[in-house]
Structures are given as structure tokens and as C-alpha cells.
Design a protein around this ligand. Structure first.
Ligand SMILES: Cc1cc2nc3c(=O)[nH]c(=O)nc-3n(C[C@H](O)[C@H](O)[C@H](O)COP(=O)(O)OP(=O)(O)OC[C@H]3O[C@@H](n4cnc5c(N)ncnc54)[C@H](O)[C@@H]3O)c2cc1C
Length: 390
């Protein structure tokens, strides 16, 4: 157990850093918890710029379990954060389209997801057509649809909720930029700020999102986490948003309801997806060149869409295997990571935050065993590939 003399330093105070801080206090950490956030407006944080959706349709069981944990929290948000808590959680499935060639692998995937506790239906083209009459099923082999534990929410509200709750529990947020984690021997000793100030601490957590590699650059081999730009488009279309799912096409295009309209996006080709450090300019050409044609093919009513606005944020891509890096460093045991979520971090932040808090308090995970996502695999290069990525 912690003592009140201990101090946890958390670099980065968006969804990861805030959930770690919140659960530390809520589970009984008695020492000081200081969250250091470079930009308390969060305007460029991935959290504020995300599509804020949650799915259980993953290739790795650990990701399914983290999503189930998150969905349970989102569904019961008032139990955790009080009667006024509201993150606008819409529990509705992802509809993920697969080609004829993908049918066998996707069916196996659904069986695995359901065996792990998800509730996903595999639909043949006729069933998909019946349930979603606006869908072009002429060239599909399979469509999988989440029956529970999937949907979307307001990430900004979630961040404000957990941050406020953490502060009420005595967590301190300070504004400043961490330049580097300081390590002596096999111990992290604190952080150095960019003005040269040193903050000592017994525990350090890296929750700095897409730029996570920066603060450990001097003490570790390069962390394989890079910012990759993703553009989201807010659109209006002559299509009812009620009962419309989070649709993921086999082209890579996605679209879901948002307010009275929709938001949509598509990842650029790998060759056109460089390290995006500092680049937050939306890639407008993606809409005209690949997104709109793909959407109009899958949903003919989207021939007539109108773009209202667009924004770009950064995925924090783990270039080794598209999976998060969570938990302590395997040699520097008081240095923790919550990085590389590769575009599925908001949904996994509750489970990641709780896991980090448990490990600091009890030296091992209690609720979910997050060790498959640990640093050891990164250092040994033994990738745990997440295949269901967009
Ligand atoms: C367009 C888009 C769509 C997405 N859609 C989804 C989705 O549908 N579902 C989902 O689960 N995820 C989604 N994501 C991914 C998700 O947003 C991220 O995985 C998640 O927000 C990561 O949270 P974070 O706290 O690690 O990073 P961030 O939210 O980026 O927060 C990091 C914080 O650290 C601060 N910081 C950085 N460096 C320092 C430093 N040196 N010192 C102090 N502070 C520092 C930053 O100011 C920032 O506030 C999407 C992302 C994008 C861009």
C-alpha cells in the first residue's frame, strides 16, 4: 500500500492521465498525485479530437475485455460519477462489412469475440439488407454487427467528468511541459520540466499521447509510438440517423451519426501516412478522392452528402503492432506507460487507468490482466498484432 509520503507524477492530463489519477485515488492511494498537462485547453489532444466510439470487435482478446470494461462504465456512468454525470452514451453496434474473401476469417473472429464475452452477430448479405435497407450488399460476403457494448459518446464530457472527479479527490493538475523523465540506475526519480525545474517523484507515468516517445528519448531505446494524422468530416446527408450504426466499410471508410448529421473518415494509404508531428491541417482531398466514392458505393443515399466542417487529430500509432503499451517498464519498475493505443484509446482509457492504479497499489493487476500489453514485448520485439484497425 502507498504511504502519504509517496508522489505519483503523471505527464499528460487528458483521458489516460486523468483516468490513472482518478483510479489511483479512488482505489486508495494516499500519497500526492500530480498531473502535469502542457495545454489545459486540450485543443490538440487526441481525446478532444477523437470520434469517441467504442467497439468489442477486435482481433486480440485483451482489447475486447478492455472494451467490455469501458462499456460497462459508460452504461453506468451515474453510478461512478454521480446523478448528473452524462456522456451521451449511445449504445449501438458497429456494422463492419467484409468481402466474400474475408468471410471465413471474419466468422472465426466473431466466434472468438463472442467466446470472450462480446455479443456480435454475423449477418449474410440478405440478413444485412433486411436489417439495413439503405446498405448496398451487392459485393459483400459478411457483415458483423455488435448487439451490445458498442456505440459512441462524448469524449469531451468524459474527460471533464473524470478530471473533475480526480480533482475533487485531491489530485493536483499543474500546467507545464515535461521535457524528460529522469532515471537513475533502475529507478525513475522524477521529471525535468522544459524550464529546467525538476519534480521528484516515486512513480512516473507517461500519458503524453501521440508524442509519448519524446519524454523518454534520453533514457530508453526509441518508443515505437508516432503521431499519424486522421481527418474527420462532419457531414449532412438525406438519410435518417436514427438506428444508423457505426458503419465500417471494407474500403476503410467509416461513418456514424452525430447530432442531426454524421461524422465520417478514412485512413490515408500507408504510403501517404507519415509522422504527422505538428500537422493538424485536415486532409480535405481525402473526402473527394476516396471517402465520398467509398461511402456512396456502400450507401447510395450518400451520393448527396454535404460537408459542414472537418478537423484533424493524431492517432498515437504503435508502429510495432497497433496495440497499446500499458504498465511498468520491465526493468525500471516505477516508470509506467499508457501509450500507443493506435486509435482506440478513449474506449480503453478506463481499463488502462484502473490497471495502472492497481499495479502501483498492489504490484499486480487485479481486475484485468493487462500484461499482454506490457513493455516486455516491445523490448523483445515480440509483436502482439491487432488486426482490426482502421
Ligand atoms: C480522428 C480521431 C478519431 C479517433 N476515434 C477514436 C474512437 O472512435 N474511439 C477511441 O477509443 N479512440 C479514438 N481515437 C483515439 C483516441 O483519441 C486516443 O487513443 C486517446 O485520446 C489517447 O488519449 P491520451 O490521453 O493518451 O492522449 P491525448 O488525448 O493526446 O492526451 C495527451 C495529453 O498529454 C499532453 N502532453 C503531451 N506532451 C506533454 C508533455 N511533454 N508534458 C505535459 N503534457 C504533455 C497533451 O497536451 C495532451 O493533453 C481517435 C483519435 C483521432 C485523432
Amino acid at each position: 500500500m502507498s504511504t502519504d509520503k509517496e508522489r505519483v507524477l503523471i505527464a499528460g492530463g487528458a483521458i489516460m492521465g486523468s483516468f490513472a489519477a482518478y483510479y489511483l485515488r479512488r482505489l486508495g492511494f494516499e500519497g500526492d498525485i500530480t498531473v502535469i498537462e502542457a495545454d489545459p485547453t486540450y485543443v490538440r489532444s487526441s481525446t478532444a479530437l477523437s470520434a469517441a466510439s467504442i467497439r468489442t470487435q477486435f482481433g486480440c482478446p485483451i482489447n475486447i475485455h478492455m472494451s467490455l470494461f469501458g462499456a460497462d462504465l459508460f452504461r453506468n456512468i451515474t453510478k461512478e460519477f454521480g446523478p448528473d454525470a452524462d456522456i451521451g452514451f449511445v449504445e449501438r453496434g458497429y456494422l463492419i462489412i467484409g468481402s466474400e474473401a474475408q468471410k471465413a476469417a471474419r466468422s472465426t473472429g466473431v466466434a472468438m469475440q463472442n467466446a470472450e464475452g462480446a455479443q456480435v452477430a454475423a449477418l449474410n448479405p440478405d440478413m444485412a439488407q433486411k436489417q439495413f435497407p439503405w446498405l448496398n450488399v451487392s459485393d459483400i460476403g459478411i457483415a458483423t454487427y455488435g448487439l451490445a457494448n458498442e456505440g459512441w459518446f462524448d469524449a469531451w464530457s468524459l474527460l471533464q467528468l473524470v478530471r473533475s472527479a480526480a480533482r475533487r479527490l485531491g489530485v493536483t493538475y499543474v500546467t507545464g511541459r515535461v521535457d524528460a523523465v529522469m532515471v537513475h540506475g533502475a529507478r525513475a526519480t522524477g521529471v525535468r520540466m522544459d524550464d529546467g525545474t525538476v519534480l521528484p517523484g516515486q512513480w512516473c507515468i507517461n500519458a503524453t499521447g501521440a508524442t509519448a516517445a519524446h519524454i523518454v528519448r534520453d533514457v530508453l531505446p526509441p518508443l515505437p509510438v508516432e503521431p499519424r494524422k486522421r481527418t474527420a468530416f462532419s457531414i449532412k446527408a438525406p438519410l435518417a440517423a436514427d438506428n444508423f450504426p457505426m458503419l465500417f466499410d471494407d474500403s476503410g471508410a467509416w461513418i456514424r451519426p452525430e447530432g442531426q448529421g454524421f461524422i465520417a473518415g478514412i485512413a490515408p494509404d500507408t504510403a501517404a501516412d507519415p509522422d504527422a508531428t505538428g500537422d493538424f491541417e485536415p486532409s480535405y482531398d481525402l473526402l473527394e478522392d476516396i471517402l465520398w466514392p467509398a461511402l456512396a458505393h456502400r450507401v447510395p443515399a450518400l451520393e448527396n452528402l454535404r460537408m459542414e466542417r472537418a478537423w484533424a487529430g493524431h492517432y498515437e500509432v504503435n508502429t510495432l503492432d497497433h496495440n497499446a503499451i500499458i504498465g511498468p517498464h520491465d526493468e525500471i519498475g516505477n516508470l509506467f506507460f499508457m501509450n500507443g493505443f493506435s486509435g482506440h484509446g478513449v474506449m480503453h482509457a478506463p481499463a488502462a487507468g484502473r490497471g495502472i492504479a492497481e499495479f502501483i497499489l498492489w504490484g499486480k493487476y487485479q481486475t484485468l490482466d493487462l500484461s499482454p500489453l506490457g513493455m516486455k514485448r516491445i523490448r523483445s520485439g515480440s509483436a502482439l498484432h491487432e488486426t482490426v484497425v482502421y
